[in-house]
Design a protein around this ligand. Structure first.
Ligand code: HEC
Ligand code: HEC
Ligand code: HEC
Ligand code: HEC
Ligand code: HEC
Ligand code: HEC
Ligand code: HEC
Length: 452
């Protein structure tokens, strides 16, 4: 056991340094360069003293934890490991190592908790640089949790189309029709066509995307493909914005209005927007505009002829929403329901995606933030615990909340014990720390240590 831990330790350290990239400060290099754990531990301590707020501290604490485990300084090792995971939790190497350490100490409950986290991360992310270590991590996990349960079989079946649901589910159908998700994409078919002018060129508006906070416009290129204009109208600000200029990193020129007339691939609607803004997507066209019933409930032809729908687990239910509300999903496999997406490791994203404490800053990572919450991991909370995607009052309830935003019942449906009545639960546990479309949104990472 000790030996295999040590192997994981060394590899993990290399992984940590991989995360840091080659611009790592010399101190970090010196951590790697020392084969001997005692030196590594003291260099980690030095580093942390010098740069306590370093953006690299997840990796440095990880290296420290592994050095400590090697030295049988378990208490400090566990402390450092928790510090690392506090900033960057999705680390199968560290969580599986911790599981093994805790089990050695006789903490069976803790071991199981970390082993199941490690198993989740291994299933969710499959980057190449983890592959060499995967077998040893899986072996550690299996020793603690037993063999992985077989995956629920996906739903087989055909799509029926929204119109076919209406007859038996009129309430949901009508309510859904009021939501932004239903009205997402609207082809322009009135005779009075509008135009957007960019410089000396005029482009007819052939479709509109979005309806509530912001509206984007698309025009047909000579080859018949829809292209999205860089200018969008923001209703909150009451003005036009070049949205891509706002969100893209500086080296991308997607938002350059002077290049739009080239109708490049980066502005093409079907490839870049339709995967999240239409239903039953295909590379050339989608079956329906907007997000339809079967995107969330799965293929429904057999059901509409009498076969009950299969119940989804909490994980599957969140995966349904993750199709579009997760930024890191690699959107290539479309055939299965419930959908399964591999995720890009979060370290692939720009540093400014995160707050210095490791929390997600952009609401495009809404699902990723939620999945870090114990309410989901331990309590099987799902998006549907708080949201009804077809609310009866959709016109006024634009976020489809089941309870009013200031209603603690959202939380007390599961947490019976009240401990602080000075404010609403969400004020402390879902503070406004995320950037949305030009407003500051509540985080979906619900945790013990409320953050401002
Ligand atoms: C012929 C009538 C009929 C049609 C058409 C129909 N349903 Fe249903 N649906 C039912 C009945 C009856 C139930 C309740 C019993 C059950 O779960 O099968 C139900 C239940 C459901 C549920 C709840 C399942 C649960 O376990 O809570 C969902 C979701 C649903 N339908 C979605 C759809 C969708 C989407 C369509 C269109 C593709 C559709 N239905 C078409 C009759 C129908
Ligand atoms: C990864 C999935 C995804 C992709 C790809 C995507 N969007 Fe979105 N988009 C969303 C989600 C989710 C929302 C809702 C955000 C929210 O409410 O927090 C949204 C919201 C919007 C809105 C605001 C809607 C409103 O009613 O106010 C507009 C406009 C929009 N997207 C345009 C686009 C365009 C144009 C593209 C392609 C260039 C695109 N989106 C690509 C997921 C996506
Ligand atoms: C964005 C995802 C989404 C879309 C789109 C959607 N649903 Fe649902 N639907 C859900 C979720 C999530 C639930 C479970 C709600 C809950 O647990 O309270 C649900 C529940 C239901 C139920 C069970 C009754 C209930 O209210 O609990 C029916 C029936 C249903 N949906 C039908 C439809 C039909 C018909 C459409 C299209 C007209 C549709 N849904 C569109 C996500 C969606
Ligand atoms: C196929 C992509 C897709 C899927 C799947 C999806 N959404 Fe959305 N969702 C969107 C887009 C795009 C918007 C923006 C719509 C708008 O605001 O105009 C949105 C908006 C929302 C909103 C803001 C309110 C609204 O209705 O406009 C909520 C809340 C929401 N989604 C929750 C969910 C939940 C919960 C699920 C899973 C049960 C889910 N979504 C599944 C794409 C999706
Ligand atoms: C579906 C049930 C459910 C819902 C809804 C829910 N939670 Fe939880 N939550 C849980 C469970 C279960 C745990 C884990 C408790 C444990 O560790 O013993 C938890 C853990 C927590 C924790 C401790 C987090 C940690 O890292 O230790 C906080 C804080 C919390 N919830 C607050 C909230 C708040 C605030 C809301 C409403 C916005 C909410 N929860 C909604 C089930 C839920
Ligand atoms: C414990 C309750 C709770 C759960 C669970 C939950 N939400 Fe939310 N959601 C909220 C609250 C509260 C807001 C903020 C409403 C406001 O500020 O107006 C919100 C807002 C949103 C919005 C609107 C954009 C924004 O950030 O204001 C979207 C989209 C959304 N949630 C999607 C989801 C998805 C997808 C899931 C599951 C991954 C989910 N929510 C899980 C409570 C919840
Ligand atoms: C004024 C801020 C504030 C408000 C309001 C608040 N909390 Fe907390 N909550 C905290 C703090 C701080 C902690 C951490 C306490 C600790 O670690 O001892 C915490 C801890 C928790 C925990 C974890 C408890 C544990 O012992 O593990 C849960 C669950 C929780 N809160 C739920 C709620 C719910 C539900 C509401 C609304 C009914 C709520 N909180 C309102 C600040 C707040």
């Amino acid at each position: 056991m000790k030996y295999s831990l040590w192997v994981i330790g060394m590899e993990s350290l290399l992984f940590a340094l991989y995360l840091l990239g080659y611009d790592a400060i010399t101190d970090l290099k010196s951590i790697r360069d020392s084969a001997d754990a005692l030196t590594r531990r003291s260099r980690v301590n030095e580093f942390l003293k010098r740069y306590p707020e370093s953006e690299h501290r997840a990796a440095v604490y990880e290296a420290g934890a592994l050095a400590c485990f090697e030295l049988s300084d378990t208490a400090t090792g566990l402390y450092m490991a928790r510090q690392s995971l506090e900033v960057y939790p999705e680390n199968p190497l560290l969580t599986s190592t911790m599981a093994a350490v805790l089990r050695n100490r006789g903490d069976e409950k803790g071991a199981r908790e970390y082993a199941s986290l490690a198993r989740r991360y291994l299933n969710l992310f499959r980057p190449k640089h983890w592959e060499a270590l995967r077998p040893s991590m899986e072996a550690t996990i299996e020793k603690i949790l037993g063999p992985a349960p077989p995956r629920q079989t996906p739903v087989a079946g055909q799509y029926a189309g929204t119109a076919s649901c209406r007859g038996c589910h009129k309430l949901e159908f009508d309510a859904w029709g009021q939501t932004g998700m239903a009205k997402m994409f609207r082809p322009e078919n009135s005779a009075k066509r509008e135009y957007v002018e960019i410089g000396l060129r005029r482009y007819p508006v052939d479709a509109r995307i979005g309806s509530k906070w912001q509206e984007a416009y698309a025009t047909k290129a000579p080859d018949g493909k829809l292209h999205v204009l860089p200018l969008q109208f923001n209703k909150l600000l009451g003005k036009w914005v070049n949205y891509w200029r706002m969100i893209d990193p500086p080296h991308l020129d997607r938002g350059d209005p002077n290049l739009f007339h080239q109708f490049r691939e980066v502005t093409e609607y079907q490839t870049n927007c339709a995967p999240c803004h239409t239903s039953q997507w295909g590379p050339k066209e989608s079956k329906e505009p907007g997000i339809n019933c079967e995107m969330c409930h799965g293929p429904g032809l057999e059901h509409s002829r009498g076969k009950p729908l299969r119940k989804l687990s909490a994980e599957e239910s969140v995966a349904v929403c993750a199709q579009c509300h997760a930024q890191s999903a690699i959107r290539t496999i479309r055939a299965e329901f419930p959908p399964r997406y591999e995720r890009r490791p979060y370290t692939d994203f720009a540093q400014n995606t995160f707050h210095p404490n490791g929390r997600f800053k952009e609401t495009t990572f809404l699902v990723e933030a939620f999945e870090r919450s114990a309410c989901y991991r331990k309590g099987n909370a799902t998006c549907a615990s708080c949201h009804d995607p077809h609310p009866k009052n959709g016109k006024v309830n634009q976020k489809g909340l089941k309870y009013a935003i200031d209603d603690d019942a959202m939380c007390t449906q599961c947490h019976k014990q009240k401990h602080d009545e000075s404010a609403r639960c969400v004020e402390c546990h879902m503070p406004k720390t995320m950037n949305a479309l030009l407003f500051v949104a509540r985080t979906h990472q619900i945790e013990k240590r409320p953050l401002k």
